[in-house]
Every structure is written in C-alpha cells, then in structure tokens.
Design a protein around this ligand. Structure first.
Ligand SMILES: [Zn+2]
Length: 65
C-alpha cells in the first residue's frame, strides 16, 4: 500500500532525493522524481525545487495531458 506515501506527498511533496535533471516544458521547469515519478517545480533563480506551498494551484483538477 502506498497510502502513507500519498499522504506524505499531499502534505510535504515528494520526499525522495533522487531527482532527474531539470526539464523545461511548455514554459514550466521541473524535475522528476526517479522513485515515485512526482513532478517537482524547479526554479532556476534559486537553483532548487520550489516548495509546494509556493506553487500556483492551476493543476487542481489533475495533471494536464
Ligand atoms: Zn519521490
């Protein structure tokens, strides 16, 4: 069961440390978790992953296709 991880991701985002390099697609830059496949917004300004709380909520209805 992955419910524990899902809840963790819901509150804290991905907690893994094995991330791909940064990708830029459709104006958004992100890294992909190599463990769970989560997409984490990445900022070139801070050179780090953007915390969930600072991200906009435009994907509230799920990932776009
Ligand atoms: Zn992960």
């Amino acid at each position: 069961m992955a419910i524990g991880r899902t809840i963790w991701n819901f509150f804290f985002g991905c907690h893994h440390r094995q991330l791909s390099r940064a990708f830029t697609s459709q104006g958004e830059t992100y890294k992909v978790c190599l463990k769970c496949g989560a997409r984490l917004a990445y900022s070139w300004e801070t050179m780090s992953v953007v915390p969930e709380k600072k991200q906009t909520r435009k994907v509230a209805n799920g990932p776009s296709r």
